[in-house]
Ligand binder design. Structure first.
Ligand SMILES: Nc1ncnc2c1ncn2[C@@H]1O[C@H](COP(=O)(O)OP(=O)(O)OP(=O)(O)O)[C@@H](O)[C@H]1O
Ligand SMILES: [Mg+2]
Length: 524
């Protein structure tokens, strides 16, 4: 549907056209007419499908630029989202002179915010805590608010904002419109809706799968100690313009950023422990391409909309099914394509299966790219660069220099070229160790079943065997699973990516003074 068909204010229509929006997305086509009428509404649509405009456009259309009182409030879970949403709203309002849109959030000087608010702000986009703060100080007067929006409502509840949201909702005047938006709609949201929304129109644009079909989804089974290595191989292989990498904890974010920087990538971290000014700097760096890898926790990156995020990496499998949807939704936005990669360690494969069921989508297993794959790709890139330079036909001086040096040198031209190539390529990557070679050993998914033979077993307990395996291979003990212990042989299961290490380590190990032989079970 065209935006012309949506009966928009001509000034908004002009702005939308200028922004390059041609067709309204399905959620916009359905939500905008309902919201313009002033009805309450619940909107659910996949990530990156334009929910901001779906509430932002009708909200602005209902604002009177000549009235300088507060008329609309949008609640968002994070400061970054408040800023992003305010920026998008300002673009929609570009030709509506006299409309002021202001983001307010914690961490920013409150007196400065108060001063800005005094200048006649009709639309406030804020985080719940800071909005309440202003309500208590009487610097936000809710009595004149006609529209309230809860964006990413589920995330706000997850973050413990439920009470704050209810407090805000209770300050609203009798006559008002409530719009509730989210990519997912769990139960607690429906409870809020029941209590605070009046006969809401429910607009659901959900396809069979929760994730966007244009995002290709892959997973890799990895050894936890080689995660950073695998990540950098994938980065080299796919060479995304911008990437977002998710970790489950702030500490992991910091560690991984250091690791990636050490490997020569332009990476920066984003999480809740950073000061607001640092967070702003990181986001700006990412938006303008100074940083090409943003490593973040879930909360920090929710709803973030940056063009050209071509790949999302789940460095850790998300703890929550819904997080997966939101994480990978940072790519493939507004109809673009994208790729999502998940690194899976051992039994996390079961979590991933849950996620697939929840999303009703298929995440394909892929082998970890080998050193050779990466080398091929790197060589190809260097050669491309080289042909570019040769074609510029500007090499006379360099050719002279080389000819002079090669004349009385022991090296051939090809050797020199090879040396330059190796300089350009940087460090070779580590060996491949995906456990692929073991095939099906009858183990649980993600595991390899090993046959452990220690000859006569009178004094040996299963615990001794498991302990030795963990100890010798440096793997955490709880990753080794005991399957069966018979008179002469024992089966154990270890994560696929450890299997080779275990077999190697056990060649030189003894259990209770006896030599051991460990092999994949399918070899028996
Ligand atoms: N009709 C449209 N045509 C083209 N681009 C659009 C259209 N509507 C929105 N966009 C762009 O699509 C991107 C994603 O929009 P938006 O951030 O509103 O998605 P969202 O549904 O809120 O996603 P999330 O669930 O991740 O918060 C933005 O860059 C926005 O400018
Ligand atoms: Mg959004």
């Amino acid at each position: 549907m065209n935006f012309e068909e949506l009966c928009l204010d001509t000034r908004i229509l002009r702005a939308v056209t200028e922004m390059g929006f041609e067709q309204a997305s399905p959620i916009q086509a359905q939500a905008i007419p309902v919201a313009i009428e002033g009805k309450d509404m619940i909107g659910q649509a996949q990530t990156g499908t334009g929910k901001t405009a779906a509430f932002g456009i009708p909200l602005l259309q209902r604002v009177d630029p000549h009235n300088k009182k507060l008329q609309a409030v949008v609640l968002c879970p994070t400061r970054e989202l408040a800023i992003q949403c305010a920026n998008e709203m300002r673009k929609f309002a570009k030709f509506m002179h006299g409309i002021k849109v202001l983001p307010i959030y914690g961490g920013q000087d409150i007196t400065k915010q108060i001063r800005s608010l005094k200048g006649g702000t009709q639309v406030v986009i804020g985080t719940p805590g800071r909005v309440i703060d202003h309500i208590r100080r009487h610097t936000l007067k809710m009595a004149t608010v006609g529209t309230i929006v809860l964006d990413e409502a589920d995330e706000m509840l997850n973050m413990g904002f439920r009470e704050d949201i209810e407090t805000v909702l209770q300050t609203l005047p009798e006559e008002h419109q409530t719009l509730l938006f989210s990519a997912t709609m769990p139960k607690p949201i429906m409870e809020i809706a029941k209590t605070y929304l009046k006969e809401p129109e429910i607009i659901k644009v959900v396809k069979k799968e929760l994730t966007v079909p244009k995002i290709e989804q892959y997973y890799y089974e990895v050894n936890p100690r080689k995660k950073a290595e695998v990540l950098s191989r994938l980065l080299d292989m796919y060479d995304p313009e911008l990437s977002l990498v998710f970790c489950n904890t702030k500490r992991k974010v910091d560690e991984l950023v250091e690791d990636l920087k050490g490997r020569g990538y332009f990476a920066a971290g984003l999480h809740g422990d950073l000061k607001q000014s640092q967070r702003d700097r990181v986001m700006n760096g990412f938006r303008n391409g100074r940083t090409d890898i943003l490593v973040a926790t879930d909360v920090a990156a929710r709803g973030i909309d940056v063009d050209d995020v071509e790949a999302v990496f789940n460095y850790d499998v998300p703890q929550d099914d819904e997080y997966y949807v939101h994480r990978i939704g940072r790519t493939g936005r507004a109809g673009r394509t994208g790729r999502a990669f998940t690194l899976v360690v051992g039994k996390e494969i079961y979590k991933l299966k849950d996620i697939q069921r929840y999303c009703k989508t298929k995440i394909k297993r892929q082998p970890i790219p080998s050193v050779n794959d990466i080398t091929d790709i790197k060589v190809e890139k260097v050669l491309e660069k080289i042909s570019g330079i040769i074609e510029q036909d500007n090499l006379g001086k360099m050719i002279d220099i080389l000819e002079e040096h090669l004349e009385d040198s022991d090296y051939s031209a090809i050797e020199v070229a090879a040396a330059l190539l190796s300089m350009e390529m940087g460090d070779a990557v580590l060996d491949n160790n995906s456990g692929e070679e073991f095939g099906d050993t009858g183990a649980e998914p993600g595991m390899v079943r090993l046959f452990v033979n220690i000859g006569k077993k009178d004094r040996v307990r299963i615990g001794d065997i498991l302990g030795a395996i963990a100890g010798e291979s440096g793997m955490q003990g709880n990753l080794v699973g005991a399957i069966d212990m018979y008179d002469k042989y024992t089966f154990v299961e270890v994560p696929r990516e450890y299997a080779a290490d275990v077999i190697e380590a056990m060649k030189h190990a003894k259990i209770k003074g006896r030599n051991v032989n460990v092999e994949p079970a399918n070899k028996k």
